[in-house]
Structure formats: structure tokens, C-alpha cells
Ligand binder design. Sequence first.
Ligand code: ADP
Ligand code: ZN
Ligand code: ZN
Length: 665
Amino acid sequence: MYIKVAVPRPVDSFFDYEYDDSKLGVITQGDLVEIPFGRTKLVGCVMETSQTAPILPPGIKIRSATGKIDSDFSITPDVYKLCQFGSEYYQYPIGEAFFVATAPKVGKKLGTRKEKPSTVVRGDKTLNEEQALALDRMLTQISVKQDSVFLLEGITGSGKTEVYIDLAKTVLARGKSVLILVPEIALTAQLKDRFEHALGEKIALWHSALSDGLRQTQWLKVKQGEIKVVVGARSAVFAPFHDLGLIVVDEEHDQTYKQEERFRYHARDLALFRAKFLKIPTLLGSATPSLETLQKVREMRYTHLTLTKRYSTRPLPEIKLISLLEEPLIFNDQVKTPIAEKTIKLMQETIDRGEQIIVFLNRRGFSQFILCKDCGWIKECKNCSISMTHYQRKNELRCHVCGQKTQVPDACESCHSHELEGMGSGTESLEDELKLLLTGAKILRLDRDQVTSQKRLEEVLTSFRDLEANILVGTQMLVKGHDFPKVTCVVVMMADMLLKWPDFRSSERALQTLVQVSGRAGRAELPGQVLIQGYDLEHPVLKILKGEASHDGFIQEELELRQHLHYPPFSRFVRYRFEDQDAHVLNKKTEKIAKLLRSGLKEEGEARLMGPSEALLFRANHQYRFDLYFKAQSVQELFSFSQRVKKMALAEEIDLIIDVDPYSS
Ligand code: ADP
Ligand code: ZN
Ligand code: ZN
């Protein structure tokens, strides 16, 4: 017989082989086979089987598959579907997509050390009224519509996890399996114990940092139905469940669900697809849901449930906004990050009481902007409604989305002051500055430059938890659910850097980040305070945090802005990134491609294609990068447009990386 095989290579097509089923065994879609490929041997995934010989180009002789991998490693039908969909939507080669979903080292059973037998003791909590109501509504609705999607909105500590657990119990009771996606690996260990205890069921932790042996064993056990619950990071969305009955996505808004390299999928979105396909319910949980999800709620496609109270009586931390315009500052030759004297005073008091501080600085390496020191104004791009990036060398402002350039103005366009300053300082210098300003400060630092491995991350967090330091300075990495009982003070150095990040999601994300960062203060018995320094304290996001403005109003306005500018959730946003070693040549070619693409669009469509612009990180790995952004009106348009872009990049001989729904710059 004949088979079509997808191979783990960056190609969009499949390859034909002859297959001798009398010798190698029966074969079907999703099975893995060994094949000769060029001069090497590969394992590929079977896409089609047929009795009729394919028509090959003249002179090409069909080759034979040389083996079949044990069916234990085959891709299950629903994961097969998921890979197909993911490959198409995220424009990633199908063969490579399959191999994201397979077990490590297919074909060779690795076996792992015998795990110590653990008996899981089951503990029960009784849901409070709100929780019980949420669960009831879900169960009622699922009985009518099995593939219902729920959004459970509730602040940290409001008891969302307990609701996940109780819903999961009902699913397990029917003999089905449960997938629980969580955003951060560092969180998973604590959650595992909690779920095992509550469900009385053995659980697999699922993330890429596990050893091959363990990952393989778990993969096989999940497939055989021996393990019924998986708690995992984004890759767990591909776990080969035997009989999946529910998917929970905790912190659904979290952007770590988006894979930022190679297969650029969004695990929440793939989870939703998988659940729909399997006709099973999905439960999305968050304190600050994404606008994508909220829009679906508005369209009545998801059911919105809320938990309004914190389960314990522990009060929320007090939020103090500290104006960098009005408060006396320490801002001199030695201290380059503006710090209010008041902030230092409050931090010193915290240290003197023997408590801990978390200092948050939003800096992802390379963003710079120009800020008016008299009024907090920041220049934004008129087309894109995002802040413009400052290029020091040329003293120029540029929009990294549409590429528009302007000179740095002499005066603030809002208050006409001449006190314009380039902003953007790093955690390293901040660490030195804080040492200088505080007595008794013992500082640990957590950012991506410095903490490169999971092990190192755990070390830093453990030594902070063990009180070996009293200050933890860091970026985005430290906002996740880490629980430090002794932390009573959280400092946000410059909220403007969060609020004005050059991205159309910056307000949404700033709110999500600040809510999470604030959640780090005063988790145990001690009362907490959150100090937010900033120039523009009038920003609606800060008002919401203070409880002075309504969250709903903000969502409404954000959605209107997005709709007006055709951003998601009202379009499919996609980035085409072109790479080459020669910046000049690349620029020319990208200009040419953009021009061709524009000429193919109708008048109103031209505005939906933006760029070319230099990527925010213009040069990486010796490659220069230019970006085009496109706002597609439909998935169909996204696909057909991407096909054209691919062809053009091929013709121009430049590398192309497509990122559908990009979350990073
Ligand atoms: P979230 O997931 O919303 O952050 P959790 O589910 O973790 O909130 O709940 C916060 C704390 O309150 C946890 O320690 C949890 O055990 C406790 N808790 C929540 N609901 C209940 C309940 N019904 N009975 C007892 N304790 C509860
Ligand atoms: Zn722009
Ligand atoms: Zn000004």
C-alpha cells in the first residue's frame, strides 16, 4: 500500500512512500513510521493511506518505509486534529507540529526510576455560597450544552481553584480525564500537591523541563488512561488523553501561554479548539480576564461567573500612588532611576521591621521612550496608539509597528516644557542604587538576563523565602503567584514604563501585571502596601487599581479603541518578520514586498498593512529584522495573505517568520 507522510522538516508538503503492511503491520493515520529521507532516516507521521499508487513527477521513484514505530507512540485522533489546526492557523509546518505532540524518544521505551508509591489522601472543602452557585450554573449548563465555555472571574484568593477542583471531581466521577493548564512552571509543584490531595487522584506534572524519561512515561500513562489528571504548562495542551472530559485554563490572560519561538501557538486558544472539537467544557479562570475572552462573553458565547470575595478575611493591600512629578525625588548622578524620598522612607521602615520588599521594574531589555519630566507626557504614534520608541543614536522617535519616524520634539506637546528625558533603566543599576539609599538592604535580583535556568530561578526564590535577603528586585518574572509570607511591601518603580509599553495591549497588560504584583503584598498575617511610582498617575488603569474607576468602564473603552483601530479581538493580527544579514538589502526587499502586497489590497485594506518597520530588537543573532504587521478581517484572509507573503519572501530569498496573534514585540 501507499502512505503520505509528514516529516519534521520546515516544509509544507507531504511525502509519498510505499508501505508493506504484511511485513510491518497495519497502519493508520497518526501512526509513526521510519522512512528514508534524502540520505538520512527519519521518523514521520502518517497522514493518509491508500491502495492506489500516487502519481509522482517523472524520474522519481517511490521509496519504501523501513519500519513502524510501536503504536503506543502513535498520535491520537484528537491530538492529530489539534496539530493540523495549529499548523494551519499558526502557519507552522505540519510535520514539525506533530513532533511537538509526540513523546520524547519515540520507539525506545526509556522507563524511569520507580516512583515511591504514594497514597493520595483525599481532603474535602465545602464550597461557600458563591462558589457553589458558580459550580451549579456550570453543571446545569453543561447538561444542556456539553461544549460550554465558562469564564470564572475572581481576584486571587477568591477560591477559583476550589471551583476547578469540584468541577474536576464530577468529570472524574464519570471516568473522564481532566487537563489543567497553568501559566508558570514555578507554580506547578505547589498546585500538584493541592490537586492530588483534593481529588484523591494521582496527577502528572507536565512541562518541558522534565527529563525525557519522565516525560515519556507520563505521556504513555496518560495515553493509556492510567493517569487521569494533568497539571501543566502550555505544552500540556497536546497531552494524549484517553478520554478527556474537561479543560481548565488558570490565569487565562497570561501571556506565557503564547509560545514565542518555532511553533508559535497560544495554549489557551488551542485548548478551546480541542475542547470544542471533543465537545467538552472549558473553564477559563482569571482575576483580570483578557479582552479576547471578555469580548466572547459580550457576544454571549462564553458564560461569565464571578467570585467577588476573598475566601479568607485577609484584606487586600493598600495601594499608594506616589507621583514622581510632585514628590521630592532622589534623582542625581548616582541615582538614575527616579525614586521618591517617600518611597525610600517607606522601604526603610519595612526593612527595619524585619519584613521583605519586592521591587518591580518593567524593563524587557530594550525599550526606551521620551518622557516630559514636568507633566509625564509620552509621545504616541497617531496611527497605532502606542508609544514611540526612542533611538538615542539618531535622536529619533519611531513607531515600531507602522515604522513612522519623527525627530524628538524640542518641547512637550502637552505642557510645552523643555524638560524631555529619555527613560528606561535596568534592574542592575537599580540594585546598586537601592544599596546606596537603604541601610541594611540585602538584595536579590530576578530578571531574564540573570536568571536563565529553572534551577537558578528556584534558588533565588528559595533564598528569598528563607529570608536570606530582604529585597527582591525584578522584572515580569516575579509577578507570578509566588507566595512570600514576609513580603509586606511591593514597589512599582515606574508605572509609566508598563502603561506605555509600545504595544496595543499595554493598558490591558499593565492592569493584569499590577493586579498580580499587588497580590504579592501582605499574603499572610501582616498587612501589605503597594507603592506605585509614576509620572502619569491619571491613567485609568491606576484609578481602577485604587478602586476609583470601574473596571467595566475601562474594558468598554479599551474594546471601543480596539474596534476603532481594528486590533484584536476585532481582527486577526499577524506579524511577518523578515530576516537577513544585510540590513540595507533587507530594507529594500521588505519595502518591495510591502508595496506589492499593498497594491493587491483594496483601498480600505491598505491601512491594515503596517510597515515595514525595524523590529524593536533590530538585530539578533547577526540577523537584521524588519516587520510587517497585518490586521486580517477573517481567518480566511489571514491564510491567503500569508500564502502570498511566503511566496514573496521565497522569491526574494529572505527568511520569514510568521507570528499569528503575536504577544511580544
Ligand atoms: P484562587 O484560585 O482564586 O486564587 P484559591 O482557590 O487558591 O483561590 O483559594 C484561596 C485560599 O482559600 C486557599 O487557601 C483555599 O484553600 C481557601 N479556600 C477557598 N475556598 C475554600 C472553601 N470553600 N473552604 C475552605 N477553604 C477555601
Ligand atoms: Zn504606528
Ligand atoms: Zn509636559
